[in-house]
Write a protein that binds this ligand. Sequence first.
Ligand SMILES: Nc1ncnc2c1ncn2[C@@H]1O[C@H](COP(=O)(O)OP(=O)(O)OP(=O)(O)O)[C@@H](O)[C@H]1O
Ligand SMILES: [Mg+2]
Length: 363
Amino acid sequence: MKIKPEIPNNALPPLPPNREIVESKSVLRQESKAAVALAELKGIANTLPNQSILINAIVLKEAKASSEIENIITTHDSLYQALIAKSFKPDSATREVLRYREALFEGFNFIHKKGFLSTNGIIKIQNILEENTAGLRKLPGTVLKNGATGKVVYTPPDDKNVISRLMSNLEKFLNEDDTDDISPLIKLAVQHYQFESIHPFYDGNGRTGRIVNVLYLMLKGLLDIPILYLSGFIINNKGEYYRLLREVTFSNKWEPWIIYMLQGIEQTAKDTIGQVNDINKLMNNTINIVKEKSPRIYSKDFIEVLFEQPYCKIDFLVERMKIERKAASRYLQNMEEIGILKAKKIGRENIYINTKLFDLFKK
Ligand SMILES: Nc1ncnc2c1ncn2[C@@H]1O[C@H](COP(=O)(O)OP(=O)(O)OP(=O)(O)O)[C@@H](O)[C@H]1O
Ligand SMILES: [Mg+2]
């Protein structure tokens, strides 16, 4: 039966698709490039002395990028201010991006604790993201429209039994061992298509699906820490993203969709390796400067705080280094004098910004 954009797609086939269709020669070629880049990223991330530095920075960047696909726009500066300054009143976009960040962390904790990703886990992620408890769609009426023309481009299943059945099928596909031998990176592309096509929620399906992507990489042991995100790639190739999703649905063309996702993984892994190297270099530079100009203040812990918290304040040092407020304040002022930090007043609080690091994150 022919699928029509305006008719709910209750006949969406369960996974897996036919192996011959998803595993063409060109898919396999691109898959090995993506796998190599990803393995290199995994190795390099393990060389970092302090992994929360990288996780903090990259998660926030992802929260911003993924939300931007939905036209929720804020700045890095607002995000950091909202995270640390008590008097700062974030606007609604900033609050929404911070909820995305929270939802991501919820997902990592879920995977860590349970070792699998269930439909309930996914519902919890969406619930934090959207701040509502509606859960899976029960009522019809959800359609996907072209943002510019308003034309309906796809109507997901509207039968709640179909949605719940397809979600159980997806859950199995996500968690089962790879006995069928399809590479996990190819499966990543397949599950993302499926999740978006089921479109299980009233809203937040794109963002929730992009969170599921990174959780899947962790689930399959392809990454130890959550640092590979495709949102930047998707923003830069958004038209393709939407078009290729439709090609799977309406023409059963899996190949270009899977290659697109694999290229995204390869490119993003390479970019992220560059970022890890940049952060490492800057950290070593900073260590050298502080050792030379302020040898009495230098400690490994101190430098690490300045990199974990690109917007730093006295409280962070007091807590982390177990020092007095007065000493903490002196340390931070000294860092401003030698050009490592820049002070900024937010309300009554003094905030110290690691500007070089902050500029790296914005890139
Ligand atoms: N033709 C399509 N078939 C299946 N899924 C699609 C199609 N076009 C877009 N999508 C998915 O639907 C998402 C949008 O759905 P929804 O508005 O529920 O999510 P969101 O997180 O609020 O928005 P966004 O993804 O724009 O950030 C897109 O990001 C994409 O992943
Ligand atoms: Mg939306």
